[in-house]
Write a protein that binds this ligand. Structure first.
Ligand code: ADP
Ligand code: MG
Length: 169
């Protein structure tokens, strides 16, 4: 399995990376975000929202579990879920979302080991603050983003497109 890793130096960089990723996403895609509090999961989702041109603002959905952001330009909606308080296997159908997940791009914070069963494919995005900052005087706030595509949707061609888009950015 191929894993793509990138590093950003500030929140805007994480948003931009997500915006680039949004450019290769298709209706029905599921993104599973993993990483501790403050890692940048919501910040990443804001970039997805910008890239998909959806109605905002994209904010932490903690108190609502899920929000649907409709497209402003006829593309897929962004369904933004916070699975933190959902049980083991989250059943998104039970959330009664006003969106068909086959037509939307769905992104789930804290989704790891909770929502992968919902689709045959997903893109796992692991965000973390590196333990070791090379130079503490640098005004950087680095994050590592590790992308692990899984399932038939992410065949070699699709992963290559993703890698090329990120390289070009
Ligand atoms: P999470 O949803 O994972 O809890 P948030 O996106 O809500 O995280 O918060 C991340 C915080 O870290 C924000 O305050 C953001 O401005 C800050 N930050 C600093 N550097 C980065 C970076 N490189 N990428 C993403 N967020 C960053
Ligand atoms: Mg969050």
């Amino acid at each position: 399995m191929s894993v793509l890793e990138l590093r950003t130096t500030d929140p805007e960089g994480t948003r931009l990376a997500a915006q680039v990723i949004a450019g290769v996403l298709r209706p029905g895609d599921l993104l599973v975000l993993d990483g501790p509090l403050g890692a940048g999961k919501t910040t990443f989702t804001q970039g997805l929202g910008a890239g998909l041109d959806v109605r905002g603002p994209v904010a932490s959905p903690t108190f609502v579990i899920a929000r649907v952001h409709p497209s402003l330009s006829g593309g897929p909606a962004l369904v933004h879920v916070d699975a933190y308080r959902l049980g083991g296997s989250a059943d998104l159908e039970d959330l009664d979302l006003e969106a068909d997940l086959d037509d939307a791009v769905t992104v789930v914070e804290w989704g790891r080991d909770r929502v992968e069963h919902l689709t045959s494919s997903h893109l796992l995005v692991e965000l973390e603050r590196p333990d070791q900052v090379d130079d503490p005087d640098l005004p950087e706030e680095p994050r590592t983003l590790r992308l692990t595509p899984a399932g038939p949707r992410w065949d070699e061609g699709a992963v290559t497109d993703l890698a090329r888009a990120l390289d070009a950015a």
